[in-house]
Write a protein that binds this ligand. Sequence first.
Ligand code: ARG
Length: 579
Amino acid sequence: MPTFQPLEALLTDLLRAAVKTLAPDAPLDTLAVERSKPGRGSDFQCAAAMQLSKVLRKNPRQIAQDIVAAMDLQGLAEVDVAGPGFIGFTVSEAALGRTLVAQLASPTLGAEPGDGSTIVIDFSSPNVAKRMHIGHIRSTIIGDAIRRLGTWLGHRVVADNHIGDWGTQFGQLIYAWNHWRDDAAYAEQPVEELERLYVRFHRDAADDPELHDRSREELAKLQAGDPTNRALWQQFIDASRSEFDSIYARLGVDFDVTYGESHYNDMLQPLITELLASGVAVEDEGAAVVYFKDEEGEDAMTPFLIRKKDGAALYATTDIATVRYRMAEWSPSRIIYVTDMRQQLHFQQLFATVRILGVDDVQLDHFWFGMMSLPEGAMSTRKGNVIRLEELLDESEARARAVLDERLGDDPTWSEADRAELATILGLGAVKYADLSNNPQTNITFSFDKMLAFEGNTAPYLQYTSARTHSLARKAADAGLQADGSTFRADDPAERELALHLFAFGRAVTLAWEQGKPSILATFLFELAQRYHRWYAACPVLKGEDAELKVSRLNLNAAAQRVLSEGLGLLGIRVPERM
Ligand code: ARG
């Protein structure tokens, strides 16, 4: 069985070999063959001749012709020279066939495996005693997709849910709990009640600053290990985690560890002492601060506060300790943080600080994302920008069900259970895809109508395309035919287009992973679906007499099916077999 090799890589190798014979000293690294822009007339092209014309002091068209003459293409492609010296390649049918067969046989569908190194992904990370807000929704969905990409590429991924389970808010909560709690409400909806208490504390404390002193006393007791306060704290965490877990289960998201901020608690004061002793941090009116100075001694960035005047450690301090802990525990080659855009400065400060501390053998990435908003009036939001994820998912599933019922009418082959199952798959898929299909660094506005449409760049459109590949395979099976991965002929332009697009799957996966942008994969899948439908319309699969052509087309269908379902799977989106 041939191994899958991207055609552009094969062509690039041949190109460089030819250039080497013509100009042994020419720089080869920057010469590359790429997929041609649509309408160019060739499948791949390269601008090497233009790049070389300075070095070789020759006209680029002449260079292109020389390269073409020196290239031994081994039947891989036809070649031509166009315009000022673009070399164009039109891949032979035999090469297309071989590549598709190899892709179908490849366990990663042609994606190049990673180096197996360990990568920590810090995502979701909601705060205890508060409902997950929209920022955590995006972090959960985007982080999970990034995790799936890394795992698929063969990395050892550690998914760490860095929940906010420590800090000043616990003193406030305990105070509020002791004075204002509603036991019945807590029994019914614990986290909602905790959130109410938290909000009440802040409202009342605005008029009565004394409350802050009271809450600090509770915090001090908690920190000193007072059994009553410890037990309350643990109870708040358990209640919150069980609510988070039900959301994660519904979304199909899980974690390898959930250490949370409290895990690092005992490391914070020694860390502060160490940073002060080594001069990385300095005392400033009782607080401890890391300054980032440039060569002129000016502040290069806002200083990083790691201890407040009252001696308390902060979010920042915890994050420094966390990096250290992760390095010691897993020796990752990369740590990825997924949070909203408001934390950009925090992570710049954090990364700069840990570099000062000498941690330099790890790549640190903050993949931030923009804000998400909902169409006015579409949702019952409890208050302000707190949008409950469950409500969002319920609404999406209900709407998906309505859309489905309208499409399916009273079709008796669709049972109640099947409809409910499909509505779940579509409703969840739509929410995830509406998020993942956008460049993360843009703000998004949800529109249920748009995200549940069966046309356009939506989850239902992609899921429907996948279902179509299955229905075609079922029809073929009824006629005694099936894909066997043995052969592929590309005799129609729509067929070539689809196959050439499929070959780019691995590249889309790799780019999406490297840049932390699942949207790159989403765009690839959308373009795949469009090409699939064009092919489906242009190339009848089961008509005619040519048995080998039928199998060839079923093989292409099978490749599209696998790439679609693996690709959507990498986005955490399930595909139905019929819809
Ligand atoms: N709990 C934080 C928040 O809700 C997010 C934590 C992100 N991870 C980290 N290591 N700082 O904003």
